[in-house]
Design a protein around this ligand. Structure first.
Ligand code: PMP
Length: 470
């Protein structure tokens, strides 16, 4: 099938299914072409077909939008459409496929600040490859399914590492996951039912928002400041409402980079116990904090479901994470996990377990150092190239910078311009459960070289100049 037709078919299905509701603005042709790595004329051709079907409308100056009056359907358009195309969509908010976006790798000249992946240097690969070679000595074992709970030595190693951070966790309380994304899904489906309320931070990790929306959960957003989640707001909400759980990133929060102070941690745990609402602590970056506070799970193991991953400290391609939970919750998570994938790759688990015992600690020390260097360089470049009216959150480390532009700047417009100038990032609305975030955006400072990082920040500075001179 020609490429224009593939684009046409995808968009047509999304429009007919309602995933792209009436009046949704489609990306400018040039931007979509850039994102897909195709010629602009290919996208023009696809859009023209959609116009002739009556599915989209184009106006000079305001681009392309999904036509009005599709609600109720156009009989002539839907008659020949199979039923699954017209299934009611999930209501997945302003940025429905963010997990796909976060996972995709761009192959073009743009400098991408989108993905939170570890930097290529320091590389875990030489030692990791050795570990995989070592475990291949036991082929009958590493090529089999293995227990759903996970590879026993890995569960012990994870528990021991958590104990060193002050958590009273036993190996039997560790459930190995195929990435912590799996854990967020398991939690969303095991602790709540469609229509239930949950508390999330605002801003929060957009991948989690996508999962919660697909599970039909209603997110109550609570603000985050430089000291982390506003626990006083949580307290006010818990006076009148009983959310199913509170999803929170206390250390190196994504996207703000802030770390919750000890006092707030203690207050949050006390509140959760009093209200009998479990905390879901998402902690992919905890090992990267320079001066760590105790994880929430160490303060109250019976009220905290704790999630973490090796995606940020080793590599996301491993798809290896874990969850610990109070027993009754653990059993529910385990059953659901079995229904997804039976077990996480034993080969990967055994390889990483070997790596943990030999090379991981040293790697993490080097990684922390590298993140600090990058942060300094990024801040210098921002200072030099961006308007002084742009505020960057006072994060304490990690992979991300969270920016708030001056009132007149819309981050989406800035992104359109930046993409033309050869830099791309994630706009703020994706991080908001409710409305808001229009002036915000996130830079991941890890996926590129130091030079490209500085150059990308310069290009975004150029985009600032272009949008504010309009
Ligand atoms: N939670 C947070 C806060 C994250 O930032 C990420 C990755 N960006 C994940 C979970 C997902 O990690 P994994 O690769 O383990 O699925």
């Amino acid at each position: 099938m020609p490429i224009y037709q593939q684009i046409y078919e995808e968009l047509r299905e999304a429009i007919l299914a309602g995933t792209l509701p009436e009046t949704t603005r489609l990306p400018p042709e040039r931007a979509l072409a850039g994102r897909l790595g195709v010629n602009r004329s290919t996208v023009v051709h696809a859009y023209r077909e959609l116009v002739s079907d009556g599915l989209i409308e184009q106006r000079v100056g305001s681009g392309s939008r999904v036509s009005r009056s599709l609600q109720g359907g156009h009989p002539q358009r839907t008659a020949d459409v199979p039923w699954w195309v017209t299934l009611p969509p999930w209501r997945v908010g302003s940025f429905p496929q963010v997990l796909g976006e976060l996972a995709a790798t761009f192959h073009d000249e743009r400098i991408s600040f989108v993905q939170g992946v570890p930097p290529v240097e320091p590389s875990p690969l030489p030692e990791l490859a050795k570990s995989f070679e070592r475990v291949a000595g036991d082929p009958d074992y590493v090529l089999s399914y293995g227990d759903s709970e996970g590879h026993a030595p890995l569960r012990r190693a994870i528990a021991a590492r958590m104990q060193r951070r002050g958590c009273r966790v036993e190996a039997r309380e560790v459930l190995v996951l195929t990435g912590s994304t799996q854990g967020i899904t398991l939690v969303a489906q095991s602790l709540a039912e469609p229509g239930d309320e949950i508390i999330v931070e605002q801003p929060t990790y957009p991948g989690a928002l996508q999962i919660f929306q697909i599970a039909g959960l209603r997110a109550i957003p609570v603000a985050v400041d430089d000291e982390g989640l506003r626990v006083d707001h949580v307290e006010a909400i818990l006076r009148t409402r009983r959310p199913r759980f509170i999803y929170v990133m206390p250390s190196l929060h994504n996207p703000m980079g802030v770390t919750m102070n000890a006092d707030r941690r203690q207050r949050l745990v006390t509140l959760a116990r009093r209200a009998r609402v479990p905390l879901v602590e998402d902690d992919p970056y905890g090992e990267l904090v320079e001066s760590p506070h105790p994880p929430l799970v160490s303060l109250s193991p019976d009220y905290v479901v704790y999630l973490s991953t090796f995606s940020k400290t080793i590599a996301p391609s491993l798809r290896l994470g874990w969850v610990t939970a109070p027993r009754a919750i653990y059993e529910r998570l385990l059953l659901r996990k079995q229904s997804y994938d039976m077990a996480t790759s034993l080969y990967v688990q055994a390889g990483v377990c070997d790596y943990l015992s030999r090379a991981y600690d040293e790697h993490v020390v080097r990684l922390r150092r590298e993140l600090l260097v990058r942060r300094g360089l990024a801040r210098d470049a921002i200072e030099k190239h961006w308007p002084k009216t742009t505020r960057v959150a006072n994060g304490s480390g990690g992979f991300y910078l969270w920016a708030t532009a001056a009132r007149e700047v819309r981050a989406r417009a800035l992104l359109d311009t930046a993409e033309r100038l050869g830099a791309t990032f994630l706009f703020g609305e994706a991080f908001y459960a409710a409305s808001g975030g229009e002036r915000n955006f996130r830079l991941a400072i890890t996926p590129m070289t130091h030079d490209d990082m500085a150059e990308g920040i310069r290009r975004i500075g150029e985009a600032f100049a272009a949008v504010s001179s309009r």
